[in-house]
Design a protein around this ligand. Structure first.
Ligand code: NOJ
Length: 532
């Protein structure tokens, strides 16, 4: 592989939800020592970087996305020494480490908030978003919390409301205040100096709110099953133009260090999403592209989404793709077990950096959570709508021993019922497993520049297929994905011949291809084109 690109362009990112990856101290919750124990697995799988969801001190109202100290480690996960050891061991294996940074809001237990809420004239009085009540004593405007109810919480001491985009235990910082910006950049600097390779920036498109606090308009597409938080459009509380100025400050900081990156969590339509690359080099390196998570699993729509995204990217914008994360249903549950292989091949052959969610490489599915087992505040606030995120956060399935080798204690969330069959050890032994498919796809990206950095060109192969070419210098690969249950014959005509480099079945490598190609139901192949 020619190293013409940055590690975060060529590499594959693997998301670890630390509570659920590996418990190292027998308390039923995953931790840093546990992740360390599993680095060899990640190296074997071939991932280039790990992103770890928040590990900072936190009251855990939102499982770590409510930070009470940005420059330390929660004792549940370990210590700063454990962190340094993990970072060193990851680096020793050539693996990068991306921290989750949560700048939009703190915990209400953060000392900054304690100070801010104490009076209207303390030095941190405007570090958060405080507003006087409306004339009727109610909230200042109609903004809603993404976790249900009003986004405003009344505070009797100040006689004012503070805004929280998520839980009331997660007050939003006032990013228009330069002192807040400085403090948060200091926190980033703390970790950059320790050697972290980058940040995944939580809800980056939320950072700046409308200066005039205008009411949000109604959402014309709202239906009750979406949850109350979708009743209004987030026109004035997210994606404000000035957000790009504060992102530019973060970028400037990162650019002082060699080889660092940031990836922004942004749920926006493509034409808005791509503005987060910034003009010139002032934006995030990667604005997460969640299209495959949000859209129907349909080849026509997927083809259109790829083309639209490719066309919308600015000249300096490097693409990226995501199939799953800790906030959404598992890919295996969204598309069904029969199509997890197809999904893997799509994710790992599209142009751009792929981000994998832990356990998806095994086909882990959503785990049913009874009302008594619910942990997620989102489910507690808006029960029964299928919004809860616990099902996609169940412990990693390592082997067929008690608790799948995740913990010797009762895990904090229930294990999947299928873990005795669906686990790393069993799939590592089976050369045709989904795990081996993931591993081969990841390694193919190392072996073929066309896959890692090559051009993308759509290849029209029939209504039920998604096809594209990936090309770099003299390398030319054709990816064909059959989204139909039925077999499909693809007519390649005189266009192309070659041999199969990889099939999702892992059973057709080396098969010659000419004129026509038969694909099984839900089969995908990568063809190495050696003529034309
Ligand atoms: C996005 C995170 O991914 C999610 O898990 C969290 O609940 C919200 N941000 C609030 O921080």
């Amino acid at each position: 592989m020619l190293k013409k690109h940055q590690w975060w362009q060529e590499g594959v990112v693997y998301q670890i939800y630390p509570r659920s990856f590996q418990d190292g101290n027998g308390d039923g919750v995953g931790d840093l020592a546990g992740i360390r124990q599993r680095l060899d697995y990640l190296a074997w799988l071939g991932v280039d970087a790990i992103w770890i969801s928040p590990i900072y001190p936190s009251p855990m109202a939102d499982f770590g996305y409510d930070v009470s100290n940005y420059t330390d480690i929660h004792p549940l996960f370990g210590t700063l020494d454990d962190f340094d050891a993990l970072l060193a061991e990851a680096h020793a294996r050539g693996m990068r480490l991306i921290l989750d940074f949560v700048p939009n809001h703190t915990s209400d237990q953060h000392p900054w908030f304690a100070e801010s809420r104490a009076s209207r004239d303390n030095p941190k009085h405007d570090w958060y978003i405080w507003r006087d009540p409306a004339p009727d004593g109610g909230p200042p405007n109609n903004w809603l919390s993404s976790f249900g109810g009003s986004g405003w919480q009344y505070d009797a001491t100040r006689g004012q409301y503070y805004y929280h985009a998520f839980l009331k235990e997660q007050p939003d910082l006032n990013w228009r205040n330069p002192a807040v910006q400085d403090a948060m950049l200091d926190a980033m600097r703390f970790w950059l100096d320790r050697g972290v390779d980058g940040f995944r920036i939580d809800v980056i498109w939320h950072l700046i709110k409308d200066e005039d606090f205008r009411h949000n308009p109604d959402n014309p597409e709202y239906e009750a099953h979406m949850g109350e938080h979708r009743r209004l459009l987030s026109t004035y509380n997210t994606d404000r133009p000035e957000v790009h100025d504060v992102i530019a400050r973060m970028r400037e900081l990162l650019d002082h260090y060699p080889d660092r990156m940031m990836v922004g969590e942004i749920y926006l339509p493509v034409e808005r999403l791509v503005t987060y690359y910034g003009t010139g080099a002032g934006g995030v390196h990667l604005p997460f592209n969640f299209q495959l998570i949000g859209m129907a699993w349909d080849p026509v729509l997927i083809r259109a989404a790829i083309d639209q995204y490719e066309a919308a990217l600015p000249p300096h914008g490097w693409p990226n793709w995501v199939l799953g994360n800790h906030d959404n249903h598992r890919i295996a549950s969204r598309v069904g077990a029969a199509q997890t292989r197809l999904a893997a091949m799509l994710l790992l052959t599209l142009r751009g950096t792929p981000t994998l969610y832990y356990g998806d490489e095994l086909g882990m599915a959503d785990v049913p959570i009874s009302p008594q087992q619910v942990q997620d505040p989102l489910e507690k606030n808006m029960p029964g709508l299928g919004l809860g995120r616990d099902p996609a956060r169940s412990p990693m399935q390592w082997d067929d021993s008690v608790n799948a080798g995740f913990s010797t204690a009762e895990p904090w969330l229930p294990m999947a019922a299928d873990y005795r069959d669906v686990n790393v050890r069993a799939q590592a032994r089976d050369p045709h497993s989904l795990l081996h498919l993931y591993r081969k796809l990841i390694h193919l990206r190392d072996d073929w520049d066309a896959l890692a950095i090559g051009r993308y060109r759509g290849f029209s192969a029939g209504a039920q297929l998604v096809g594209y070419l990936r090309e770099h210098e003299n390398e030319r690969l054709l990816v064909l994905l059959n989204f139909d249950t039925a077999q499909q014959v693809v007519d390649l005509g005189d266009l192309l011949c070659g041999e199969i480099l990889l099939s999702t079945s892992l059973k057709r490598e080396g098969e010659p291809v000419a004129q026509t190609l038969l694909l099984d139901g839900f089969e995908g192949v990568i063809v190495r084109a050696s003529c034309n």
